[in-house]
Ligand binder design. Structure first.
Ligand SMILES: [Fe+2]
Length: 182
């Protein structure tokens, strides 16, 4: 395991608690990301797995500032001097910008540069095919489960008309890059 991935795994464990439901989800997403490395350029593969470990650290009570976990996670990483690209991957994972807009947090999120690439697609696809506790799920089941858990009046539900097609397009691109349906 590379130093970057080990550092990401260790920080996730420290902040989320090894064995917690969020940690198990993150470990599952990291494992999934490892399987998706064929969908990203070789130079980005390490970053993909590291970002998968880190993507939900903003849920850690220690990092809670705005209550919007992609932003709190990115801010926590920036405070710990992680490289800007890792911070931005966490800030924008899984269509965070749609929810940030609904919550009035787009100006804060915009401190990070949004990247749209095979790397960001693979990170989001990994997150959208692993459920709470690290359970493997199909993309469609994961999205439906997310909407059920967050509730019909949640920001996630409010932005779903725009975020849903955005996520589905990512899933299509990743599957096409892999040349198969996972
Ligand atoms: Fe996640």
């Amino acid at each position: 395991m590379s130093e970057l991935i080990a550092a990401a795994r260790d920080l996730a464990g420290e902040l989320l608690g090894v064995g917690s439901e969020r940690w198990c989800h993150s470990a599952g997403v990291a494992e999934r990301a490892q399987e998706l490395t064929g969908a990203v350029p070789a130079d980005d593969r390490e970053l993909l797995v590291a970002a998968a470990w880190l993507h939900d650290i903003g849920y850690a009570p220690e990092l809670r500032e705005t209550g919007f976990h992609p932003l709190d996670g990115a801010d926590g990483l920036r405070a710990r001097e992680w490289e800007p690209r890792v911070c931005a991957l966490v800030a924008y994972h899984s269509g965070a910008r749609f929810v940030a807009e609904d919550r009035g947090l787009l100006p804060e999120l915009s401190r990070y540069s949004e990247e749209e690439s095979p790397l960001t697609d693979a990170l989001t696809y990994a997150d959208q095919t692993v459920g709470p506790g690290g359970r493997r799920m199909t993309f469609d089941d994961r999205v439906a489960d997310m909407l059920r858990r967050h509730g019909s009046d949640s920001p996630n539900a409010r932005v779903h008309a725009r975020r849903g097609p955005y996520l589905a397009a990512i899933a299509d691109r990743v599957r096409a890059r892999l040349g198969c349906i996972l």
